[in-house]
Design a protein around this ligand. Structure first.
Ligand SMILES: NC(=O)c1ccc[n+]([C@@H]2O[C@H](COP(=O)([O-])OP(=O)(O)OC[C@H]3O[C@@H](n4cnc5c(N)ncnc54)[C@H](OP(=O)(O)O)[C@@H]3O)[C@@H](O)[C@H]2O)c1
Length: 439
């Protein structure tokens, strides 16, 4: 095997007990699996490596553990990073990773790869290099105890007799929460719950929101200049952000079940709304268009076999045009009008939830973003800020009727990422008690 060590230096003395010098070849000979925790000596570092396509990656390192708690977090982090690989393919299922550990050595791991496929723990068991009896299994979400697309994982797990199961978060579905943990306890398997619970919950925030409310998790995303414009006065917006930010936007697109824009953006930009800059699935394309102004030549109406399109309209939408759209394989959905005689977004999201659409990415333009924020419909807001100034132009957010700084919308927590010279602010909007968006 050709092996390249990347981004770090192997410190052999830290890796092998007794501080023996060993060659990379020797280390590799010890790897019975794709992943291994190499033993430390005298309070050195524990280091987890992953080998993929002949390249060794250093996953994480941490100080010598003082007890189970730190080890538990270490392996749970590994389960989370495995789980993340299923992003964009497993929805509306959650992202789940599982790691099987014996005496501080990973003997098996797996993740949920695609909707309808095996769950993470089943894949980890199948890939384990040793029997599971007596080992510890780390999993970021409680194992399922009910029949879905696959049989319940809990029975398989119990039949392998692990000594302990460490779980990040309980199943958010109130109908099944705790059943998996109960079954493990009944069979004498020790369980620990709540390890890195907040990280585990955040990873699957879309799934948690959808399961608990029946309404999709909603992200609003836009690219703006430093002075808050999303387009010039003539409506030109391509491209405010950098190439790397565009890639990030495509990743975001592929991690949602649907992408939504207003009909003005469609008419102005004629976007495809597909995922092209990365490998990922295409979301359902939704256009809000109260009176069916959409041109029949629009890009989103083509290639229905690659990505579906749904036009959300009102009773004002011309029935003849609806028929023509249907002939093209495009569905129209009639939604009640809101107070401004446009598509009632709240009702639209409830209807989408009933169709098992668990997440929606709203990509603008200004009118739609303003409605979303004004009605407090978004869970997450992603703002790409490019170092440009446009002056007069289309504002990202219109009038929200806020006259007091104290009443301004604020993020409950946020992350700031740099992509080329852009800053991406990725925040969550706290749900207010009066938010009535439930099915
Ligand atoms: N930089 C960026 O990230 C970005 C992203 C997207 C767009 N843009 C730019 O934004 C500009 C278009 O923005 P825009 O504000 O003119 O239009 P828009 O938000 O794209 O579309 C607004 C239209 O959507 C329809 N709509 C239906 N229900 C609605 C509801 N509940 N709330 C709001 N709108 C609803 C309305 O038309 P009907 O009444 O006919 O239904 C409304 O006029 C373009 O220049 C585009 O290039 C920039």
């Amino acid at each position: 095997m050709n092996v390249t060590a990347t981004g770090f230096t192997l410190k052999y003395k830290e890796l092998m007990p007794g501080g023996n010098r060993v060659s990379l070849y020797h280390i590799l000979r010890h790897l019975s699996n794709k992943n291994i925790v190499l033993p430390s000596h005298n309070g050195g570092l524990k280091v987890l490596f992953t080998i993929q396509a002949g390249i060794i990656y250093k996953e994480k390192s941490l100080k010598k553990s003082t007890g189970n708690a730190l080890n538990d977090e270490f392996y749970m982090r590994r389960a989370l990073s495995l789980a993340r690989r299923g992003e964009s393919w497993v929805s509306p299922n959650p992202m789940v990773g599982a790691v099987i550990v014996r005496k501080n050595r990973i003997i098996g791991e797996g993740y949920h790869k695609r909707f309808g496929d095996n769950h993470a723990e089943i894949n980890a068991i199948a890939r384990s290099s040793e029997p599971i009896a007596g080992a510890t299994i780390y999993i970021n979400l409680e194992p399922c105890a009910h029949f879905g697309k696959t049989p319940p994982c809990i029975d398989r797990l119990i039949s392998h007799k692990p000594a302990r199961v460490v779980i990040g978060t309980a199943d958010p579905n109130p109908l099944v929460a705790g059943r998996g943990i109960d079954a493990l306890t009944r069979h004498g398997i020790k369980t620990t719950t709540g390890v890195l619970a907040e990280e585990c919950r955040r990873l699957n925030e879309r799934f948690f929101t959808f399961i608990q409310t029946g309404v999709p998790f909603i992200t609003v995303k836009f690219a703006q200049t430093l002075d808050g414009r999303i387009a010039t006065g003539t409506g030109q917006s391509r491209w405010i952000s950098s190439e790397k930010s565009l890639k990030f936007a495509h990743k975001l697109r592929s991690s949602h079940d649907a992408v939504l824009i207003g009909v003005n953006t469609l008419i102005r930009d004629d976007p495809e709304l597909t995922v092209r800059l990365i490998r990922g699935k295409n979301p359902l394309r939704i256009i809000v268009d109260s009176s069916l102004r959409i041109p029949l030549t629009a890009h989103v109406l083509k290639n229905q076999d690659r990505a579906g399109t749904l036009i959300a309209t009102t009773a004002r939408g011309d029935s003849e045009k609806r028929k023509r759209l249907a002939d093209m394989g495009v569905e129209t959905m009639v939604i009640d009008e809101d107070g401004t005689h446009r598509v009632d977004l709240k009702k639209l999201f409830v209807a989408l939830g009933k169709r098992n659409i668990s997440s929606v990415l709203v990509e603008g333009g200004s009118d739609v973003i303003t409605s979303m924020l004004k009605e407090n419909l978004s869970d997450r807001v992603v703002i790409v800020v490019a170092p440009r100034i446009l002056g007069k132009g289309i504002e990202a957010v219109g009038n929200l009727g806020i006259h007091n700084i104290e009443k301004s919308l604020r993020f409950s927590h946020r992350k700031i990422i740099k992509k080329d010279s852009d800053l991406i602010i990725d925040g969550r909007i706290a749900r207010t008690p009066n938010r009535k968006i439930t099915s």
